[in-house]
Design a protein around this ligand. Structure first.
Ligand SMILES: [Zn+2]
Length: 134
């Protein structure tokens, strides 16, 4: 997937309250592609639900040490997944949201678990336990 338009980047940062979804800093915000970049070398510009606001440090960590957490929280999704159907966890709000259009909609953790298991199967429960209990 190619780089987001400036409008989409601004929309995503505003939607995510101008702070990193992971560490809450307002510095050095980037557009985190939730699906793996290079998606068939697509020229399609990503829509807002395809990205979240992450600082550069957390964005890079999602590809390395934070990979499991990123999948568990919906910050990363598999290439074939619909970003509007995989919820995102915002740890600083202790809440799950579905990203739709230019906004986000709070959902219960019960619904989030259902959607995550629908997307990832039982693997998601293992990741969740790993992220929560270490
Ligand atoms: Zn961060």
């Amino acid at each position: 997937m190619s780089a987001p338009s400036i409008t989409v980047r601004k929309t995503v940062h505003r939607r995510d309250l101008e702070r990193c979804v992971s560490c809450a800093t307002g510095e050095g915000l980037t557009f985190q592609h939730r699906a793996a970049v290079g998606w068939g070398a697509s020229r399609i510009k990503p829509p807002p639900p395809a990205g979240i606001a992450l600082c550069l440090v957390c964005n890079q960590a999602c590809e390395a040490s934070m990979q499991t957490r990123a999948l568990t929280y919906g910050w990363k999704i598999r290439r074939h997944m619909d970003p509007t159907r995989v919820p995102v966890y915002y740890p600083h709000e202790f809440g799950w949201f579905l990203l739709t259009g230019e906004t986000r909609r709070a959902i219960s953790s019960e619904v989030a678990v259902e959607l995550m298991c629908a997307a990832h199967g039982n693997a998601w429960v293992r990741w969740w336990e790993e992220v929560i209990y270490g």
